[in-house]
Ligand binder design. Sequence first.
Ligand code: AMP
Ligand code: MG
Length: 402
Amino acid sequence: MNRFLSVVAVADAVRVAVKTAPATATESVPVAQSASRVLAADIAADTDIPGFDRSVVDGYAVRSADTTGAGDSVPAILQCVGRVAMGTSDTNLVVRDSECTYIPTGGILPEGADAAVMVEYAEEAGGTILIKKPVSHGENVLLRGEDFKKGGTVFRTGRQLTPQDAGVLAACGCAMVMVAKKPVVGIISTGNELVPVTAIPGPGQVRDANASMLAAWLSEYGCVPRLYGIVKDDREAFDAAIATALPECDVVLLSGGSSKDDRDMTAGVIAGRGEVLIHGIAIAPGKPTIIGRIEGKPVFGLPGHPASAFVVLIAIVRPLLDRMLGLEKPLIRTVKASLAENIPSQRGREEYVRVRVENGKATPLFGKSGLLNTLVSSDGLICIPAGYEGLEKGNEVEVILW
Ligand code: AMP
Ligand code: MG
């Protein structure tokens, strides 16, 4: 058996992974529960917002020309002809030359008025109103449709909705909103040495860190993780776990056993039930990664080492999830920084290095590859492209923040 993996470039692997994506499934959710979901249909305003010209201050609705030159010493003197009430439209209320009406914040601007004066710059004096500051045409007024125009696109498909968006959606009359269904992602941990989180590891045993880490990341990324426990390095056990997970999930991730050792079952089991599309990616860490497909569903073999599994999750699996969610842009946050030290790298593979970011400087955290602590003491990853022999101190890098 050939024990060497013939690796493919990261960009090609991502392309293959994304191609395995099933079509974006959608569901309708109450707008109050839409925050952080990904919009699956364009949203148009069903009415002008605001629906009428309205004041943004408590004060007086005026004809702006009447206030020209008004000041503390020479105020404009206007006749108050009424009060605007909230929530109704009084068509009898008209502001003519040298007249004004009282208007509360959000009140409908009466006919004839074109601006509002804040109450702070007005004074009541013997039945008249003294205006002590001029206002220009449209001042302190929101015009009908100024926020959103009827029929205009408010949000486009692929946007991750924010709480503020929920407010706008409600204003647009959306009680329910179409969003991408959360992909259900199955996680199977493999390895004879693994024990559950609740166990005290015996000699040679380690707790299953990957399932919790992958699940936590997936939840944050808008997916529903499903844990299928720990499977021994045994072909039948692998096969049974995949058979259980596949019908219940949209994507299945196996961690561990993805290399080409005799004990590495993942590739064989995927090939037995479906097809292995890629086995080996020019990425470090994470070279022994498998991308497969069974019954039309993507199945990944992630390397068991937690840091490798995490990097592959972000670099290779994430773009697939982006596609399934219909995202217009990935949900990852990045920041630019200047590299604090030289980083050597091997040409021919994309290398992901954990870095700490402080005051605009990114410091690489080198450590033994088996250690977990740099995953938590770092702020994110930088990628050294495959064509580079490294990066130099002072180079500008883009950090993918955790
Ligand atoms: P493997 O990819 O199965 O060869 O595993 C590579 C390394 O990752 C080994 O040291 C495993 O013990 C470790 N490993 C595999 N799966 C997990 C897991 N779920 N949690 C923590 N470490 C793991
Ligand atoms: Mg293993």
